[in-house]
Structures are given as structure tokens and as C-alpha cells.
Write a protein that binds this ligand. Structure first.
Ligand code: IVH
Length: 690
């Protein structure tokens, strides 16, 4: 290969790697910040983040405004009004070990042109909650906001007002026009455990850890619920403050605000050398599991506030602080049994039943082993002693098997060839990791119950009163086997009323909430069926394409009759790939088609797909984006346009109504001019949205 070709190939590979990592970080940012539902550990996240950052450092041409490295947090959620931060709410630079703290100090001293070996630091625990800004006007609490994307946060004032730890009126600050305190909202481990217990009992989804529970609770719109959640607060820095108040140092600041009534963390140490730095880290890490709340590291700050001011910020973090994170908490325990769970799609998941053990403040008694490959890779057997961690500290996972503690005569574990629920054969398809039960809905009760649970869940038919226990009860009684039977539950009125806990009134409430759902939008209907790979986005795409139930259902029947035209029609829907079409086809066997038909007949109406704003200026318009937008990402712009009824395509043609041209637009803009297509700049485009 010629040198130039080699170079081009390298650039291409680097760019691909960069985009892959960026996509991963974007996905995990959304899960963590917006959905309070992280799927990977902080350690794993930090690793990907560092990899991405190193790529940007080594290949600066990759960098752009969309890079998650340059950003803080995640854009504020649509359900809240917004508060713009006067000073950005930042993130912290991380150091992996003492050496990196030493490098940080050297760099800082160089920047300040100070010839010493050390500079006084404060050391504080890094609270694992969510950061918050609180504003006080003449001593009165007036508003509070989450960090959001660092510039604009979510207005959560009314939730914050329910939190006891937050002072609402501070006489000492009466003469201070504006005082903005920043700190962390968190939940005690015990309150988190109790909350999850209650949620489990009510059949609600569980929070992964106290941080998510705190974030989910604060962003609850029902204030009574927020109050019940017992959220707590620690203050650790300030934002915008009036000129007539100032502090000498971080420690002076913490002492004073404590007197004002703000809760501050008890563990504060001034460090005068690296020994202090290391000792504090070790002391707190050792004591970590005894604290009432989760912490995930230590934050070191330059103590002198004047020096802090000189240091300012760089990118997304202040130069005056650095965090050293703790490794994920680990624990050792024994596998007593490996059981198999059969999910709604028939996938068999092996689950290790453990001697219960506390990890990161949470009692863990089961851990998913995911699939056969994972079991083989780690060679996990019944009776083994394993090391596990609550990643992130999110979902527990097996790190490794302690082979030296293995019992004699232990056997390799194999996922069974017969389904433990219905005894049908199990099957592993070529190129797939999952082993599936072949019994289908008719035979396999676990699949039946799983798909019923999915069907009534919040994003699907959302039938209140059928979550958790009741559904299982009716299913066990044989009242409901398939989703459509939910709508005929009134046949069993007498049985239900005579059962425990079901008086006439609760029966009527249940039937009313079922009847309310007899009219449903097409996209929800499709989503509720639980077709593999068809989540909310894809069911939206399908309903948008087929518009009404009849034409969608017709296409399904054609697809299962192997009609190649329909197959092509599906593949041509923007956002739907061949593997998705295959999954749809496999899902709709004769039995499922019959079930869908019966479900349709049980309902009053399946509403046609309607774009959210049919009478908007963009309704039915065909638009193309080009160049870089500054105020929003291409993805956000695209989905805004689609919400307003526009169709977004990739290339300019005679049919294009508008070309939205951001910065550095190239050939598309030229073509649009040639074809006389109306061109909007970013400002004009934003005007369309309001
Ligand atoms: S000082 C960044 N002190 O950690 C601006 N932050 O991972 C100065 N955090 O966004 C923050 N405990 O939410 C500071 N004792 C502490 C902290 C702390 C937790 C959070 C904060 C920040 C995040 C960065």
C-alpha cells in the first residue's frame, strides 16, 4: 500500500473509532443524566471518556462543538422550565492516583509562577449525588436549578423547597442582595434501600443506586412525593454573590456557611503536603462503607480564594480543584445456585443466587451472568467464590472467580437444552449469544407473563392498577393469558370482587382504568407488542410511515407471506435496517397475527399517527440540514423538525422545501441555490421553532 493510502486508511480508522466512542459517551450521558438509569460503571465510563479525550489530544482535527469532552452534563429535560446559570456549573478534572495529583500541583504552580513544591489544599469527600445551585435574595431562598448542561439547568425550586436541609430564610444574609450556594443533593443509603423496598412491593421499577434515586426524586413533578423521599443536601462552593460578601479561603467559606445554616460535610482537612493528601484519601476510603451516604472520591481544592480566582477555569472544569475517584467497591461471596430466567422474548438468562453480601451500601443476593459466553469466559460454576462489584455503583456484576477457593468436583455450567418453564427445546442461533426457548407464547408461561407485564407498563398501554401483583394474580387465576384478555376482565367480576383486597370500588377503578386505554395511538399499540428491536423511536417511525392500523397490519401480513415488495418497503423507511425487518418478520408468526387481530377487536379505536404539530409551518415540508448548527445538535434539530411534521431527508432535490444551512455548509447549499430552494440560516430556522 502506498504511504498516502496508508495514511488515509489510518485517518479513516481513527475517525471511525472516535465516532464510535463519542456515540457511546453520548448514549451513557443520556442514560445517566437524563434518565437516571446508568448502564455502566463510573470506572468504565471514565475509561471510555479518557480514551476519547486522548484521541482528541492526539488528533485535534477530530474535535468539534459536539464533542462530549468539551461539554458538561446533559441538556436540561423538556419537562422543566429553564434557569440560565450566571456562572457555568462545572465538572471536575480527575486524577487517577497520587502521581497524577502531584502532576496537577506542579502544573498549577507553574501556571501561577510560584516556585514552591506544594500549595495549601482542602480535601473533602466527593458526594455522589447531583449538583445544584441555590439562589438567596436578601437571605430568602428564591430559586434552585440542576446543573443541566452547565449553562442552563432545570428549575427545581418547588422540589427543593420540600427539603429540610435547605435553609429557606437566613437572617445573616439579609443585607446580601444575592448569594448563590452550590452543593450536592443526595439520599442516605438507608432511605434508598427503604424506597426501593417500597417500590418493589408496588411493582414499580427500582432505582439502581442512591444517586439515581436522588436525581429521579428531585425531578419528580409531584411535590408530595419529593417530600417523602427524604433528600439531603451538602453545600461545598458558591456561584454568583454580591460584592459585600467575600471569603478568604475554602475552609473559611465552609465554616461561615455552616454558621448561616447550610449543612457542610464533617470530613474536611487542610493538606500541607502530599502525605496529608494521601492519608486523607486512604482514611476516607477505608471508612467509606460506614458513611450514611455514598461518596465516590475526594475533591482537593486550592484553599486560597484569591488564588482560585487567578486560576479560573479551563474548558469544563475549574483549574483550582481536582478529584481523585475511588475504585468501585468490591466484595467476595459464594454462588449457591444458578437459576434460569425466561424473559418475554424467550431469552434464557442465567442468574447466580448468592450468599447475600453488602456492596456499596446495597445488599446483593443475585447477579445476572448474562449468557453462556460470559459464563465460559469467566468459567463460573455453582459453589464458586466470586469477586463482585456494583458497577457504578449500579448493577452488580461478577468480576472474577477465586479459582483457589473452588470446591472439588465442580462442574462447568451449561444453559439447559430444555426451557425450565415449558420444557420446549432451547435454541442458539448462529451468530447470536442468546439461547432462546422455542415454546412461544402459547406454551411458555414465563414468556406469557413477561409480555403481559411489558404490555401494561408505563411506556406501553400504561394500565394503572395492573402493575405488579394484580396482573400476576389474574394471570395465575387464568383470567388473562394474552393481552387482549385484559379488556374482557369484566367477565370475571364476581371472582375478582370476592378475592382478597378487591372490593366493588377497587374493581370499578380497575375496569375504568382498563377502559380508558381502549383508545390508543398507533405508535403505542405497536410498541406494546414487544417486538424485538422495536422501541419507542422505531414504533414511531413505523406508524409515521403506515399512518393507520389497517395499512400497517396489512403490511405485517404481507411481510409474513414473504412478499418481497413489502420487505423492500420496510427497508426503505429511514432508520429501519434489514435486521430489524427480519426481527419483525420472525416475531409475527400465525399465532401473533391472530393475537394482534383479537387485540384490535377488543379496543375502541387505534388512532392514526399524527405528527405532533399538524398545523405548524413545517408540516409536510421536506427539509435538509447542512453545515454545523451552533445552538443545537443535528440530531436535536432533526427531531424538532420531525415533531413539527416535517420530513427530513439527506439530499437536496426539486422536492426540497427548505435547506437549513449552518456554518461551513458546502455543496448542498450550492445545489439548493441552483434549484432555487429556500435557504434558512440558523437564526431563521430557530424562529420557525417558536
Ligand atoms: S466542588 C466543579 N466539592 O462532583 C465545581 N464538587 O464530578 C466545583 N461534587 O459537578 C465543585 N462533591 O457536583 C465540589 N465536595 C465537593 C463535591 C463536588 C461532589 C460533584 C459536583 C461536581 C462533580 C464533578
Amino acid at each position: 500500500m502506498k504511504n498516502r493510502d496508508k495514511k488515509e486508511k489510518n485517518v479513516k480508522e481513527t475517525r471511525e473509532k472516535y465516532l464510535k466512542l463519542k456515540k457511546e459517551i453520548d448514549t451513557h450521558n443520556k442514560l445517566y443524566y437524563d434518565e437516571n438509569n446508568p448502564k455502566i460503571s463510573d470506572e468504565k465510563y471514565d475509561k471510555i471518556w479518557r480514551e476519547l479525550k486522548n484521541l482528541e489530544i492526539n488528533f485535534p482535527f477530530l474535535k468539534n462543538k459536539e464533542s462530549p469532552i468539551q461539554k458538561v452534563g446533559y441538556k436540561p429535560n423538556k419537562n422543566f422550565s429553564k434557569i440560565e446559570h450566571t456562572y457555568p456549573m462545572l465538572s471536575l478534572e480527575n486524577a487517577l492516583n497520587l502521581d497524577e495529583i502531584k502532576k496537577y500541583i506542579e502544573k498549577t504552580l507553574r501556571y501561577l509562577n510560584i516556585k514552591n513544591q506544594f500549595i495549601e489544599l482542602t480535601a473533602e469527600p466527593k458526594i455522589d449525588g447531583l449538583s445544584i445551585s441555590l439562589k438567596y435574595k436578601n437571605g430568602e431562598f428564591i430559586s434552585g436549578a440542576t446543573r443541566g448542561d452547565g449553562q442552563i439547568g432545570e428549575d427545581v425550586t418547588s422540589s427543593l423547597k420540600t427539603i429540610k436541609d435547605i435553609p429557606k430564610n437566613i437572617p445573616d444574609l439579609k443585607k446580601i442582595n444575592l448569594f448563590e450556594i452550590r452543593g450536592e443533593i443526595y439520599m442516605n443509603k438507608e432511605d434508598f434501600l427503604n424506597l426501593n423496598k417500597k417500590r418493589e412491593k408496588n411493582g414499580e421499577s427500582l432505582f439502581a443506586n442512591p444517586r439515581n434515586a436522588a436525581s429521579g426524586s428531585l425531578r419528580q413533578l409531584n411535590k408530595d412525593i419529593v417530600k417523602e423521599r427524604k433528600l439531603k443536601f451538602f453545600a461545598y462552593t458558591y456561584g454568583e454573590i454580591s460584592e459585600n460578601i467575600s471569603f478568604k479561603s475554602q475552609s473559611d467559606f465552609l465554616n461561615k456557611i455552616k454558621d448561616f445554616g447550610f449543612p457542610t460535610n464533617n470530613y474536611l482537612q487542610i493538606c500541607n503536603n502530599f502525605n496529608d493528601v494521601e492519608n486523607f484519601y486512604n482514611k476516607i476510603e477505608k471508612n467509606r462503607s460506614n458513611l450514611k451516604y455514598d461518596i465516590d472520591g475526594i475533591v482537593y481544592k486550592i484553599n486560597d480564594i484569591n488564588i482560585q480566582k487567578r486560576l479560573g477555569l479551563v474548558g469544563r472544569a475549574p483549574r483550582w480543584a481536582v478529584a481523585r475517584k475511588f475504585p468501585a467497591e468490591k466484595a467476595e461471596t459464594k454462588i449457591n445456585k444458578i437459576t434460569i430466567q425466561v424473559g418475554r422474548t424467550g431469552i434464557l438468562t442465567p442468574v447466580a443466587e448468592l450468599d447475600p453480601v453488602f456492596v456499596g451500601g446495597v445488599k446483593v443476593s443475585r447477579v445476572s451472568l448474562h449468557n453462556q459466553d460470559e459464563i465460559d469466559r469467566k468459567d463460573i460454576r455453582v459453589g464458586d467464590t466470586i469477586k463482585l462489584q456494583r458497577a457504578g455503583d449500579v448493577i452488580p456484576q461478577v468480576i472474577s472467580v477465586e479459582k483457589n477457593k473452588r470446591i472439588k468436583n465442580s462442574q462447568k455450567f451449561l444453559i439447559p437444552s430444555l426451557c425450565p418453564c415449558c420444557n420446549s427445546k432451547t435454541l442458539r442461533k448462529k451468530n447470536e449469544v442468546a439461547i432462546k426457548c422455542t415454546g412461544g407464547l402459547k406454551k411458555c408461561e414465563d414468556q406469557q407473563l413477561g409480555s403481559l407485564e411489558y404490555f401494561v407498563s408505563r411506556d406501553a398501554f400504561n394500565i394503572e392498577g395492573l402493575g405488579g401483583k394484580n396482573l400476576k394474580k389474574f394471570w395465575k387465576e387464568g383470567f388473562i393469558k394474552y393481552p387482549y384478555e385484559i379488556f374482557y376482565l369484566n367477565k370475571y367480576k364476581n371472582d375478582i370482587i370476592n378475592k382478597d383486597g378487591f372490593g366493588e370500588k377497587s374493581y370499578l377503578n380497575l375496569i375504568n382504568s382498563i377502559n380508558e386505554k381502549k383508545t390508543i395511538p398507533l405508535e403505542k399499540f405497536i410498541y406494546s407488542l414487544g417486538i424485538p428491536q422495536i422501541g419507542q423511536r422505531t414504533s414511531n417511525l413505523l406508524s409515521k410511515h403506515f399512518k393507520n392500523f389497517d395499512s400497517w397490519f396489512e403490511s405485517i401480513k404481507e411481510l409474513s407471506n414473504n412478499n418481497s415488495k413489502t420487505h423492500d418497503q420496510y427497508i426503505n423507511i429511514d432508520g429501519i435496517g434489514p435486521d430489524v425487518v427480519d426481527d419483525i418478520k420472525i416475531f409475527f408468526d400465525k399465532e401473533k397475527i391472530e393475537i394482534v387481530n383479537k387485540l384490535k377487536n377488543a379496543l375502541n379505536k387505534i388512532n392514526e399517527y399524527k405528527s405532533i404539530k399538524t398545523n405548524s409551518k413545517l408540516s409536510e415540508k421536506i427539509i435538509v440540514f447542512t453545515g454545523t448548527l451552533e445552538k443545537m445538535s443535528r440530531n436535536e434539530a432533526k427531531s424538532k423538525a420531525e415533531e413539527m411534521g416535517a420530513k427530513v431527508t439527506n439530499s437536496v432535490s426539486n422536492n426540497t422545501d427548505y435547506l437549513i444551512a449552518g456554518k461551513d455548509s458546502g455543496s448542498k447549499e450550492k445545489k439548493a441555490r441552483e434549484l432555487n430552494v429556500k435557504i434558512l440560516n440558523e437564526k431563521e430556522w430557530i424562529k420557525f421553532l417558536v
